[in-house]
Design a protein around this ligand. Structure first.
Ligand code: G1P
Length: 288
């Protein structure tokens, strides 16, 4: 049973400057919902209740977003705007939010380690909200089912990527053991293409056991001089069963400008309110 999810959100968002100079990149909207809320909604849909957000300086908007806005609710109620009121309330409904700060930019592994006191001795999920996944069944739910099916302590979301893109990801070495599952025997963070053990990249969803915390404590800086989550998980291989799971769904790398725009267009086209209008505009102006 997974009850907690950790959301690393302390990064500077330099790729989106100047937009992220004073506002967190996690609050950039896909149509009308901030990136990080997409991740939170996915976690909720997988039965997770406790959302642990690892923040840093300049991220206050995230805390305000996941809090009750009394004045706004009172105003919407007074205006009789039930639909919007319902949407605003649903941001905080069904989840509890916890915050811990990562006050040094020492990497993803370090960010996850900051959550140790709140997670405690139980398995948990990690969600990188840059990776937006539009899936028929929420990816975390698919992964929890895979962890049960394969009795795996670690489940990594994976996806095939072009050979020349492997150096942007953690890459697994694995043997296919089922429809979508790979038994992971090795993994490496951001390898050069000629050194990569496969083209199966880790995407930002993880199911992890609490034993990852001592592993993270023992992990020295790796790729980019940062404490890498990939290296800590690698040290668990042999002690925990580690599975790579090729999830069903479309993934957008919303941490890049191109991926972010693709996600926005895809979500906007699917939106019943603005989709038809956007479609008509793209056709009229011969963008498609
Ligand atoms: C992180 C992980 C990497 C993973 C990627 C997925 O890298 O370190 O293993 O493949 O997320 O998005 P980052 O994108 O933070 O450099």
């Amino acid at each position: 049973m997974i009850r907690k999810a950790v959301f690393p959100a302390a990064g500077f968002g330099t790729r989106f400057l100047p937009a992220t100079k004073a506002s967190p990149k996690e609050m950039l909207p896909l149509v009308d919902m901030p990136l990080i809320q997409h991740g939170v909604e996915e976690a909720k849909a997988a039965g997770i209740r406790d959302m642990i957000i690892v923040t840093g300086r300049g991220k206050n908007a995230i805390e305000d977003h996941f809090d009750v806005s009394f004045e706004l609710e009172a105003l919407l109620e007074k205006k009789g705007n039930g639909d919007l009121l319902q949407q605003v309330r649903s941001v905080t409904d069904g989840a509890d939010f916890f915050y811990v700060r990562q006050n040094l930019p020492l990497g993803l592994g370090h960010a996850v380690l900051r959550s140790v006191e709140i997670v405690g001795e139980e398995p948990f999920a990690v969600v990188l909200s840059d990776d937006v996944i539009d899936a028929p069944v929420p990816v975390l739910k698919q992964m929890i089912a895979a962890s049960e099916r394969h009795s795996a302590g670690v489940v990594l979301a994976i996806q095939k990527v072009p050979k020349d893109a492997v150096s942007k990801y953690g890459i697994i070495k694995g043997k296919k053991i089922g429809d979508r599952a790979y038994e992971v025997s090795d993994m490496v963070e951001k390898p050069r293409p000629e050194k990569a053990p496969s083209d199966l990249a880790i995407i930002g969803r993880y199911i992890l056991p609490p034993s990852v915390f001592p592993a993270l404590l023992a992990t020295r800086p790796g790729a980019g001089g940062e404490i890498q989550l990939t290296d800590a998980i690698r040290s668990l291989i042999g002690k925990e069963r580690v599975i790579g799971y090729e999830f069903e769904g479309v993934r957008y790398d919303a941490g890049t400008k191109l991926g972010f725009q693709m996600a926005n267009i895809a979500f906007a086209l699917k939106d019943p309110e603005i989709g038809p209008g956007l479609q008509a505009f793209l056709r009229k102006e011969r963008f498609v």
